[in-house]
Design a protein around this ligand. Structure first.
Ligand SMILES: [Zn+2]
Length: 434
């Protein structure tokens, strides 16, 4: 699956829910790996705020982005529309402090995006695949993510004191299901909250045009529900928007019981920490070394070529001691055509081959032997712990255990997002030339 952006720019005008300020917002296409970026065009030098956890500052009633003095409020519904439709990259020019609330849902955004279409880009989509259960609790609120082959959300809300009562909704989120089942679900609140928020100087742009209001008997008669369980669907819409701060798509089954923005964002931070684990790991080793090697540099060292060159990048080398290499596993790998079309997993022996190639770079790079062949003499203690699938970034760490002039032993480990997926002891020899 590749990254995507919008076909053309689209424009929205309207008031923000909390500030009531009228703004104009234009969403433009962006190239791969830019992510989603807000630009405050009304301020001097048009400051940019990328949608990243570093710039997430508020989660009280809505989600606020901030960088220094510059803020953008209530970003979750537009982010949900982009995330729900699978748009990874876009620039959002906005000439005021808050995203227009429009009808309180993501439907107006989805409608305009559909008109201009979604454009596929050349780079593979960034995906965070949950491999072990992850959970967080805050008193009576829980959020749990279980491994799953799709992005699924099961959400329970429980407001016994209000006419909303308990609602449950569960779905596999795709562009189609998002558009049909979630995009139209509007913001909701209780009558008491309306008074409270007005008193606090908020929801200046709020009205029955853009929010559903409940009292203890149920939904106010002037509000017509779009779905009988519209509130719980809106909570899922908000969650999808909040998870966009991770900067990649989540594969997993997200189960939420009475959650909200604060817990969503804590979960996004927790996933980000897991994602960083291996990255942090090789950044540490980077500090003691000198160089990274790109694919062209690797080709000057290894004799392997497509379709059998299985290393994309060397992240760090300590010659004769340790090397860290990277392989981006995409859906286009030749072996997925037959292994298996219905359930593509990277063959375990190819993981070991990739590990050996990374080790080979360490052996050959510092030597006067670039382009030489390195032969496997034996493998020990091989374990395949988790399947590797399209979208995974595999990090190979290979350490020299014992190296003689033409034979030796290396220890290799392969990680995906911090989880060990394979390991082996590799015995090798470098034959004499000729
Ligand atoms: Zn919302």
């Amino acid at each position: 699956m590749n990254q995507a952006t919008l076909g053309r720019a689209i424009t929205f005008e309207g008031a923000g829910l909390h500030t009531g300020v009228d703004v104009r917002m234009r969403i433009r296409p962006a190239e791969a790996d830019r992510g989603i970026i807000f630009v405050r065009t009304d301020l001097a030098e048009s400051p940019e705020i990328p949608v990243r956890l570093d710039y997430l500052i508020g989660t009280e009633r809505e989600t606020t982005l901030g960088r220094g003095e510059v803020t953008v409020h209530t970003v979750e519904h537009i982010l949900s529309a982009l995330g729900g439709l699978g748009i990874d990259n876009a620039i959002i020019d906005i000439n005021g402090p808050e995203v227009p609330i429009l009808d309180g849902s993501a439907a107006p955004f989805v409608e305009e995006i559909r008109k201009v279409g979604i454009k596929s880009l050349k780079s593979p989509r960034r995906i965070f695949r949950v491999r072990e259960p992850v959970w967080l609790e805050d008193n009576d609120k829980q959020i749990i993510i279980l491994p799953s082959t799709d992005f699924r959300v099961s959400y329970t809300i429980h407001y016994p004191e209000s006419g909303i009562h308990s609602q449950f909704y569960s779905l596999s989120v795709t562009a189609e299901s998002f558009e049909k089942e979630l995009a139209g679900a509007r913001t909701f609140c209780t009558k008491d909250e309306v008074e409270e928020l007005r008193g606090a100087g908020l929801i200046k742009g709020g009205s029955l045009e853009n929010a559903i209001v409940f009292d203890e008997k149920g939904v106010l008669p002037q509000c017509r529900l779009r779905y009988p369980d519209e509130p719980v669907r809106h909570k899922i819409l908000d969650l999808i928007g909040d998870l966009m701060f991770l900067g990649c798509q989540v594969k997993g089954h997200v189960i939420v019981i009475r959650g909200g923005h604060a817990l969503n964002v804590r979960m996004a931070r927790k996933l980000d920490e897991l994602k960083q684990k291996t990255v942090a790991h090789y950044h540490r080793s980077l500090s003691v070394t000198n160089e990274q090697l790109d694919i062209e540099a690797i080709k000057r060292i290894l004799p392997h070529r497509y379709p059998f060159l299985l290393v994309d990048r060397i992240l760090s080398i300590e010659p004769g001691k340790k090397i860290v290499g990277l392989k981006n596993v995409t859906g286009n790998e030749h072996f997925f055509q037959g292994h298996f079309p219905q359930y593509p997993i990277m063959p375990g022996v190819l993981l070991i081959e990739a590990m050996a190639q990374v080790g080979g770079v360490m052996l050959l790079s510092g030597s006067n032997m670039p382009g030489r062949l390195v032969f496997f003499m034996g493998l020990d203690n091989v374990k395949f712990r988790k399947p590797v699938v399209p979208g995974d970034q595999v990090i190979f760490e290979v350490e020299a255990v014992k190296i003689r002039s033409r034979t030796g032993l290396m220890r290799g480990e392969a990680y995906v997002e911090g989880t060990l997926v394979a390991e082996a002891d590799l015995k090798f020899s470098i034959p004499e030339e000729g």
